[in-house]
Design a protein around this ligand. Structure first.
Ligand code: NAP
Length: 253
């Protein structure tokens, strides 16, 4: 059974590893191409956009795909909407493989906001030392709050995405353990952390570190996702795929 796995997350990599060991399925992993040197995948991989929902539907039809797993990042809204639209048109089963968001614990000092632009506004008028970890693509929102001092961490070079007078850039790829995050925040005398509520363990260290240091966190809530069946673990996504394969084999008999 031909499967499309929309990736770019730890969960997608986990499912790719399971699929590589399963000869019953013919998966292809799709990446947007935002990372110049993505980690090598153990299954067939394609890179780049499809050309909107129509392009995706045409691609699915041409490839004879029988089911789609959307394992994109919770903040990658466009591709998830496109996948839902294309699967609806073709009548294909769609599964969202998505980690749950983090929830605040005792000691957390969270200010929750709905957008990255709102996070920039929430930093306020008084100059603060900010640790900014919202990803490279949405940094431009902070140009409207140029009076703060920023330490920005991204996987890819920031380039001119954030032309700010007081900017330190750290290029690094997670996971980021709590102890290293505490050291980093102490070293840079961080006063506030800004992050998306991405969920998962790979980048939770900064949340735990901010709690330990008593620092406030401006955190962007996850956007609503299109309606679809949903699981949180790669193992459960594989079970869902195998159940669909069994059902389609029964229909053919
Ligand atoms: P997005 O805004 O939802 O998508 C923008 C366009 O990028 C889509 O319309 C699609 O182009 C293309 N695209 C996105 N994901 C794709 C995929 N897996 N395969 C092929 N094309 C894809 O996405 P984004 O927020 O820029 O995220 C891009 C990628 O980075 C995703 O794979 C996501 O999982 C990963 N990521 C995102 C974040 C985040 O905070 N947004 C964080 C970590 C990782 P077409 O319309 O031409 O098909």
């Amino acid at each position: 059974m031909r499967i499309l796995l929309l990736g770019g997350t730890t969960e997608a990599s986990g499912l790719a590893r399971l699929l590589a060991a399963n000869p019953a399925l013919r998966p292809v992993l799709s990446l947007a191409g935002r990372t110049a040197a993505p980690a090598a995948a153990p299954i067939e991989t394609r890179i780049g956009g499809f050309g909107g929902p129509e392009g995706l539907a045409a691609w699915l039809r041409a490839e004879g795909v029988a089911a789609v797993v959307d394992a994109t990042h919770p903040f990658a809204q466009v591709i998830s909407r496109n996948a839902a639209a294309a699967c609806a048109v073709l009548g294909l089963p769609l599964l969202a493989l998505r980690r749950p968001p983090w929830t605040a614990r005792e000691g957390d000092r969270w200010q929750e906001v709905d957008t990255v632009a709102a996070a920039a506004r929430a930093l306020g008028e008084v100059r603060r030392r900010v640790f900014l970890t919202v990803g490279r693509l949405e940094l431009a929102a902070f140009a409207a709050a140029a009076h703060h001092a920023y330490v920005v961490r991204t996987i890819e070079p920031v380039g001119d995405a954030l032309p700010l007078p007081d900017l330190t850039v750290i290029e690094a790829r997670g996971p980021f353990p709590e102890e290293a995050e505490r050291d980093l925040m102490r070293r840079h005398r961080t006063e506030v952390l800004v992050t998306k509520n991405s969920g998962g363990s790979a980048t939770y260290g900064k949340i735990a570190a901010a709690r330990a240091l008593g620092l406030p966190v401006v955190i962007v809530r996850q956007p609503d996702a299109p309606a679809a069946a949903r699981v949180e673990r790669p193992e459960d996504a594989l079970a869902w795929l195998m159940a669909h394969r069994a059902a389609s084999t029964r229909r053919l008999v």
